[in-house]
Design a protein around this ligand. Structure first.
Ligand code: GP9
Ligand code: MN
Length: 625
């Protein structure tokens, strides 16, 4: 019958490979499909890629065509098979570094055999058939095409792929620029395209590393010594020695909600109370870029800037760093992260290892059911509750981070969970934001209660910060209505403030600290509190408790804030009043900001910390065990 229809071999191979891939994506990998659009993309993408790959056959002479189709089919089957076996082991997809890295070969070899299943052989059935058809019926199924048909075929197959890419971009804006998660990539563009993307990112990184010039470290070190690192002694030096450090990264919580009401109700009653008994920084800015939560983590652990493109975790997650978890390991600290999301989101499973984390409690450490899920996953209350058993058995002193999730865009919260009413404006996002922030506030309150009950509270220092903005500039009109003013570019910068609360149980000298500060300052602050000095380290932040005022808080796009000015959109504003000033007032700092961002980028792109012999010992396992 095939003969009569004259279906070309390349199309038979493409359709079979597409179909087989779809079955594996949909029913074998555990990919979360949240809506119809995702379902459609998942169906289209394996066929789109398969048709593009196999349609290249049309430009070849029949003999070559046969060879190309046979070996492409074999290669495709092997790619699926290898990823499947790897996935069974690591619930993740193969990355280029993971195959290039020798140490993983060991892991892989040992567990590969046990991860293979007899029915994996089915992945090769279509390939066997293609080999058979090519041999027996090859001359009936392989044709020569004229120029016009060749062009038409290639154009058609690429337009199918383009449709797939456009749909993926609509479903997940900036998918390629931001990377997000290997699961997202596979779900949206398929395994083959994911591997191409992974190869491009990795080779770019490799080239920059090969070109690296280790002597730059001295120049950068000299810059930070002369311009940033404050030598005056901090009043809090050593105060945290031997104590547990507990970070709470509060998803999308902006400073604007602190001490503010909606419909006559406080948005964050617990945090409002807590700051009376804490050091509260009310001019603390997030400095993240496209890597959002992961960028904030990177800033906090390294005191370096995130990158202009993508998430550092994703693009440079295997660099050598001098991160806090690694440094404090030498001082007897055990480090961990709690985050009830897929472990590979933002490439955390890989990046945490480079940062020196000992343990990552990701989604699979939690009991996530339909009943305790809100929005992106496990609700914050259940998250904190279920974390306690791990925290209570953790070796002390520990350094740990809790990353909340409920207050994530689009802030969907069932009425039954909401303690306050929504705001009323033309922005659904802003309206819903307040009840979900309140939910996180209540979850943190519960966590404090749990900490007290477990006895861990008094031996711990708790640091809460907002990871980044929650409401983007697209909602300025509604925000203006809420704040009762028109939002100017100056206000947009001021809205990038997130709360920073440092709570030290038993400490009396608490106050509101108004100095301008940013996420980049947390590493030096915490290290000083722990009494740890590392003369060789390179940090772009300052100890927030030291006397000298920070010179500026730089944002990734070159905008910045100082004690006196806010510089944005090429305009200089008075920081207190928001009045426009002469541009020249802001000019001198502008160059410094760019220089500093550039230095930080060089450190990352060229992986310069690997040239530093003082880098602390051993990396963390960072992995789930
Ligand atoms: C994902 C969570 C949210 O694991 O941290 O990430 P975000 O979208 O805010 O960067
Ligand atoms: Mn976030």
């Amino acid at each position: 019958m095939l003969q009569r229809l004259r279906v070309p071999l390349f199309l038979i191979a493409a359709l079979m490979f597409g179909f087989k891939s779809y079955i594996v994506y949909r029913f074998v990998f555990d990919l979360s499909i949240e809506n119809m659009m995702q379902e459609i993309i998942l169906f289209i993408n394996p066929f789109a890629t398969a048709i593009v790959l196999f349609s290249f056959a049309v430009i070849m002479k029949p003999k070559r065509q046969k060879k190309y189709i046979k070996y492409l089919s074999l290669f495709g089957a092997f790619l699926l098979f290898a990823n499947l076996v790897y996935y069974r082991n690591f619930t993740d997809f193969i990355t280029l570094p993971s195959i290039l890295q020798f140490k993983n070969f060991g892991d892989l070899g040992a567990s590969t055999a046990s991860s293979m299943k007899i029915w994996d052989i089915l992945l090769f059935v279509d390939t066997v058939l293609i080999f058979y058809l090519a041999k027996k019926k090859g001359d009936d199924l392989v044709f020569s095409y004229n120029r016009k048909s060749k062009l038409a075929m290639i154009a058609l197959s690429f337009s199918i792929l383009l449709t797939n890419l456009v749909l993926a971009e609509i479903e997940r804006p900036m998918l390629f620029k931001r990377g997000f998660d290997r699961e997202y990539l596979v779900k949206n563009v398929g395994l083959v395209n994911y591997h191409i993307y992974d190869a491009i990112i990795n080779s770019k990184t490799k080239v920059q590393k090969v070109m690296a010039d280790g002597s730059k470290l001295h120049e950068i070190k000299k810059y930070t010594e002369e311009n940033i690192n404050d030598k005056t002694s901090s009043e809090m030096k050593g105060i945290a020695k031997g104590k547990n450090i507990i970070y709470i990264s509060a998803e999308s919580v902006q400073n604007l909600v602190i001490n503010r009401k909606v419909n006559g109700e406080e948005v964050t009653p617990f945090l409002n109370d807590l700051i009376k008994d804490s050091y509260y920084f009310n001019n603390f800015y997030h400095q993240v870029n496209l890597g959002r939560t992961s960028d904030s983590e990177f800033l906090v652990e390294n005191s370096l800037y995130p990158l202009p493109n993508g998430s550092v975790f994703f693009t440079h997650g295997q660099n050598e760093f001098n991160a806090v978890p690694e440094i404090i390991k030498d001082h007897g600290y055990y480090s961990s992260v709690f985050h009830a999301n897929n472990k590979s989101f933002w490439n955390r499973d890989v990046a945490y290892e480079s940062l020196g984390y000992d343990q990552f409690y990701s989604e699979r450490y939690f009991n996530v059911t339909e009943d305790n899920t809100i929005g992106w996953g496990l609700n914050d209350k259940a998250f904190f509750d279920q974390s306690m058993k791990y925290l209570e058995s953790m070796p002390e002193p520990f350094y740990t981070k809790f990353i909340t999730l409920t207050n994530h865009h689009p802030y969907e919260l069932d009425e039954k969970y909401a303690s306050i009413d929504k705001f009323d404006s033309n922005s659904k996002t802003l309206n819903q934001y307040f009840p979900t922030v309140r939910y996180t506030d209540e979850a943190i309150e519960r966590f404090f209660k749990n900490l007290k009950e477990s006895g861990l509270y008094k031996d711990s220092i708790i640091i809460i910060y907002g990871d980044h903005f929650g409401i983007s500039e697209n909602h300025n009109k509604a925000m203006g209505q809420y704040l009762n003013k028109e939002i100017t570019p100056y206000d947009s910068v001021q809205l990038q403030r997130v709360p920073l609360i440092i709570h030290i149980p038993g400490h009396e000298d608490d106050r509101v600290i108004e100095k301008v500060s940013g996420q980049i300052d947390l590493k030096p602050t915490v290290l000083n509190m722990l009494g740890i000095e590392n003369e060789e380290d390179i940090m772009f932040g300052n100890d927030l408790f030291a006397n000298q005022s920070k010179r500026f808080v730089a944002f990734r796009d070159g905008d910045y804030v100082t004690e006196d000015y806010v510089y944005t959109k090429d305009t200089c504003y008075d920081r207190e009043t928001g009045e426009k000033l002469e541009k020249s007032a802001c000019e001198p700092i502008k160059d410094k900001v760019l220089k500093e961002l550039n230095y930080s980028d060089q450190l990352i792109y060229e992986d310069l910390f690997r040239f530093q012999d003082t880098a602390s010992s051993g990396k963390g396992k960072g992995k789930e065990e």
